[in-house]
Design a protein around this ligand. Structure first.
Ligand code: C2E
Ligand code: CA
Ligand code: CA
Length: 276
């Protein structure tokens, strides 16, 4: 009826308003949390597929004061919209690179992967922020992997392209994150200086029975290998998925089966045990 339609509209409006206020609240909070150093970095190990050794780690931001279910998937987009991402992004870069320096010194950890938002890529000071951080920490740019999601390329802006080329020329490694089945993904591989391809979680669907999906994945892996991309499979949750990735000769593995994201101290313990 007309009446219930109207109620529906009111309902949507109320929901929209609540969502808007929630976002503004979060946006305001991010600044003060940053000042009070209320964010934390967790680290998820990345394993060599052949040796099963930890060869790198990915830094993932956490906001511990919030409900643990409140992840970066929710607050990073809000930070991006509000330019808060600049401050947060810089904090992530300097913290992760300092930690990398420690682990390179005391353990045999090789690389640190850092998620970079498309918004950060468009800002001129990203390169100087990264350069300053590696100079201060005395780490090689080749040991820093910048993970860029595909959505960064939707805009096709010269700025993003120039930024990626400059970062690559300085020696930083570029990973294309969340690489999926889309055709656009493949075009990006040709247009940008990409070193590493991270196969999205959605690609790890078990394929015990083989089938078309498995054939596509195998073909994709073959193509990527021939083009000399390093291939990382993320979101490995089962032994079957792991075996499949090893069978496809992917280079590196990451996922809950192997290790969840963890505080630096926990990864320190893992690394020390592995080095013994
Ligand atoms: P991402 O870069 O694709 O990171 C992988 C996400 O998958 C992480 O979620 C990780 O905890 C989760 N994950 C790892 N292994 C598995 C698995 O086996 N199964 C499943 N289901 N999930 C797994 P998280 O930490 O909640 O991060 C979500 C997203 O937030 C990240 O996705 C990334 O896009 C963004 N993000 C996280 N930290 C940062 C940051 O410092 N800066 C920026 N710009 N974005 C970040
Ligand atoms: Ca990532
Ligand atoms: Ca990913």
């Amino acid at each position: 009826s007309k009446q219930s339609g109207k109620n529906k509209i009111c309902f949507y409006e109320a929901r929209y308003q609540a969502e808007f206020h929630r976002r503004v609240g979060i946006r305001n909070e991010i600044g003060s949390i940053l000042k009070d150093s209320g964010f934390r970095l967790f680290y998820q190990p990345i394993y060599d597929a052949k040796t099963s050794k930890i060869v790198g780690t990915e830094a993932l931001v956490r906001w511990p004061e919030k409900d643990p279910s409140y992840g970066p998937d929710e607050f990073i987009p809000i930070a991006e919209e509000s330019r808060m991402i600049d401050g947060l992004g810089k904090w992530v870069i300097t913290t992760a690179i300092k930690q990398l320096a420690k682990w390179q010194e005391t353990n045999s950890l090789l690389t640190m992967s850092i998620n970079i938002s498309p918004v950060q890529l468009e800002h001129d000071d990203l390169l100087s922020c990264l350069s300053d951080a590696i100079t201060a920490a005395k780490v090689a740019p080749e040991s820093v992997v910048l993970e860029i999601t595909e959505t960064a390329f939707f805009k096709h802006s010269d700025k993003i392209s120039d930024a990626l080329h400059a970062l690559s020329q300085h020696g930083f490694k570029i990973a294309l994150d969340d690489f999926g089945m889309g055709f656009s993904s493949i075009a990006h591989l040709m247009d940008y200086p990409i070193d590493i391809v991270k196969l999205d979680k959605s690609m790890q669907i078990p394929s015990a029975t083989g089938g078309r999906r498995q054939q596509v994945l195998a073909g994709l892996a073959l193509m990527l290998r021939q083009l000399n991309f390093e291939i990382v499979a993320e979101g490995i949750e089962t032994a079957a998925q792991q075996d499949n990735c090893i069978g496809l000769e992917l280079d590196k593995l990451q996922g809950f089966l192997l290790a969840r994201p963890m505080p630096a101290s926990d990864l320190q313990t893992l690394l020390a045990a592995a080095d013994e």
